[in-house]
Design a binder for this molecule. Structure first.
Ligand SMILES: *[C@@H]1O[C@H](CO)[C@@H](O)[C@H](O)[C@H]1NC(C)=O
Ligand SMILES: *[C@@H]1O[C@H](CO)[C@@H](O)[C@H](O)[C@H]1NC(C)=O
Length: 422
C-alpha cells in the first residue's frame, strides 16, 4: 500500500468507508476471455457457425484455454457478453432463460462443462430493463427489479462472474443500483466476481461526480472508458486517458478492485505485431484485468507468445497491483514491482513510440527520473521482458545512468525490468 493510500484508509476507517473490495476472489487482476470485441452480438449461427454467440463458442474457447497452456498461466474465466438469452423471461417464473436455439443444453450444462476444464464461467447483464442489445436485463418497472431473482438463478447455474452493463438506465441512479445488485450477488451465497460498467456511463455526464471509492468498495473490476476496438487508435486513446488520470485512478486501484481499460485484442485483425506487444505490455503495467477477446482456436504463434509471456504476466499479476505512472516526457511508463531488494523496489519500465513516421530511434532517460526513489548507490540489473521472457540481461545501471533502448515507431515498445542488485 502506498503511503497515500494508507493515509486515505486511515482517514476513511473513521468514517467506516475503507472497504474497497479485497476479498479472495481477485487479489490479483483476473485473467480470462470475454466474447464482446471479437464476436459482439452475432446471432446468425447458420451463416457463422464458428463465430456466433452460442454454447459451442464458449466450449471451444474453454477447450483451447485448457489445452493450449493458457490455464496454467492463470487465464481462467470464460465470460459471456450480451445476447445470450431469450428475448423474454419465462412467463411463470420470471427467470431469465438461455436462448433455446443457441444454448440448447442450457447454462447450467455450460457452466458444468467449463468447470470440468478447471475454468470459470462468467455471464452478462445490465442495470437497465434491457441490455445494450435489447435483451431482458435486471431492472424492472415502477421500482421493481430482478436483482435477487437473477443472482439466485446465476448462482444455481454455477456462474462465477457477472458483467453488469449500463445501457438503458439513467446513470444518475447508478450509485443506488450497482450496490443493490452487488448485494444481491453476495446474498446468492455464491462467490461471483462483480464486473461493473458503472463509472464509464457516469463519465459521460459532466454533472455527475464519480464516487470511485464507492465503486471500489462494491466491484472487483470497473470499466471507466470507451469500449476498446480491435485497432491501435483505440488503444492509444485508452492509454492516454489512463496516463492523464493516474493521480485519480491510482488511489482506487489495488488487490481486489481493479480499473478495467477493457479487453485485450491481441490475436484479432486490427493490430500489427508490434502494437500487439505494446497493448499487452501496457495492460501488464496497469495491473489491468487480462480478458482476451479473440479466437483461442486460431492464434498465430507470434501472438500466442505475447499472451503467454511469463515475465510480463508476472508484472500484471504482481501482488501489490500498482498502476503504472506515465512520466512527464510522455510514453515512458514506470511501475513498482516485486522483488524488493534491501528495501528498494524493482521497477518495470515501458517505452512506447507512437510516432507515425521515422525509423527506429534510441529513447534515453535517466534512471533517477524514471525511478525517483532510486538511491545513488543502488545498481539495477536490466532484464528485457520481451527477449527470452526476461531471462535476457541487458546490463546494469545506477541512478545517474541513462536507460537507453532502441524503439521502433508506429506504436512499438520496449519493456524492461530493473531489479536492484543484492
Ligand atoms: C407502473 O405504474 C403505473 C403508474 O402507477 C401503472 O399504471 C402501471 O400499471 C404499473 N406497471 C406495473 C407493471 O406495475
Ligand atoms: C458477502 O459479503 C461478506 C462481507 O463482505 C463476505 O464476507 C462474504 O464472503 C460474501 N459472500 C459471498 C458469497 O460473496
Amino acid at each position: 500500500m502506498t503511503h497515500l493510500k494508507l493515509l486515505i484508509c486511515i482517514a476513511a476507517v473513521l468514517t467506516m468507508s475503507c472497504m474497497a473490495r479485497d476479498d479472495s476472489q481477485a487479489l490479483t487482476a483476473p485473467m480470462g476471455w470475454l466474447s464482446w470485441t471479437r464476436y459482439a452480438c452475432e446471432t446468425d449461427c447458420k451463416r457463422y457457425p464458428k463465430g456466433c454467440i452460442d454454447e459451442h463458442l464458449y466450449r471451444a474457447q474453454a477447450d483451447a484455454m485448457a489445452a493450449d497452456g493458457y490455464r496454467e498461466l492463470g487465464y481462467n474465466y470464460i465470460n459471456i457478453d450480451d445476447c445470450w438469452s431469450e428475448m423474454e423471461r419465462d412467463a411463470q417464473t420470471h427467470r431469465l432463460v438461455a436462448n433455446k436455439q443457441r444454448f440448447p443444453s442450457g447454462m447450467k450444462a455450460l457452466a458444468d462443462y467449463v468447470h470440468s476444464k478447471g475454468l470459470k464461467l462468467g455471464i452478462y447483464g445490465d442495470v437497465g430493463p434491457k441490455t445494450c442489445a435489447g435483451y431482458p436485463a435486471q431492472n424492472g418497472v415502477n421500482g421493481s427489479n430482478y436483482f435477487a431473482l437473477d443472482a439466485k438463478t446465476f448462482a444455481e447455474w454455477g456462474i462465477d462472474s457477472f458483467k453488469f452493463d449500463g445501457c438503458n438506465e439513467d446513470a444518475h441512479h447508478f450509485d443506488d443500483l450497482f450496490p443493490k445488485m452487488g448485494k444481491a450477488l453476495n446474498e446468492s451465497g455464491r462467490h461471483i466476481l462483480y464486473i461493473c460498467e458503472w463509472p464509464y456511463y457516469q463519465f459521460q455526464h459532466k454533472d455527475i461526480k464519480i464516487n470511485y471509492q464507492a465503486i471500489a468498495d462494491t466491484c472487483h473490476v470497473f470499466r471507466n472508458y470507451n469500449d476498446i476496438w480491435q485497432n491501435w487508435p483505440s488503444i492509444e486513446n485508452i492509454i492516454n486517458f489512463y496516463g492523464d488520470n493516474y493521480d485519480l485512478f491510482d488511489k482506487h486501484h489495488g488487490p481486489g478492485h481493479f480499473f478495467d481499460p477493457d479487453m485485450v485484442v491481441v490475436g484479432d485483425y486490427g493490430m500489427s505485431h508490434e502494437q500487439s506487444r505494446t497493448q499487452f505490455a501496457l495492460w501488464a503495467m496497469f495491473s489491468a484485468p487480462l480478458f482476451l477477446s479473440n479466437d483461442l482456436r486460431d492464434i498465430s504463434p507470434e501472438d500466442k507468445k505475447i499472451l503467454q509471456n511469463k515475465a510480463i504476466i508476472a508484472v500484471n499479476q504482481d501482488k501489490n497491483a500498482f498502476m503504472a505512472k506515465r512520466a512527464n516526457w510522455d510514453q515512458a511508463w514506470a511501475k513498482r514491482v516485486e522483488p524488493k531488494v534491501n528495501g528498494q523496489w524493482s521497477y518495470a519500465i515501458l517505452y512506447i513510440d507512437t510516432n507515425g513516421i521515422g525509423e527506429k530511434h534510441y529513447r534515453s532517460h535517466k534512471v533517477s527520473e524514471l525511478i525517483p526513489e532510486a538511491k545513488p548507490g543502488t545498481e539495477y540489473v536490466v532484464h528485457d521482458l520481451y527477449l527470452d521472457e526476461g531471462k535476457e540481461i541487458l546490463g546494469t545501471l545506477k541512478a545517474a545512468d541513462n536507460l537507453e533502448l532502441l524503439v521502433k515507431t508506429g506504436g512499438s515498445c520496449r519493456m524492461v525490468k530493473l531489479v536492484p542488485k543484492k
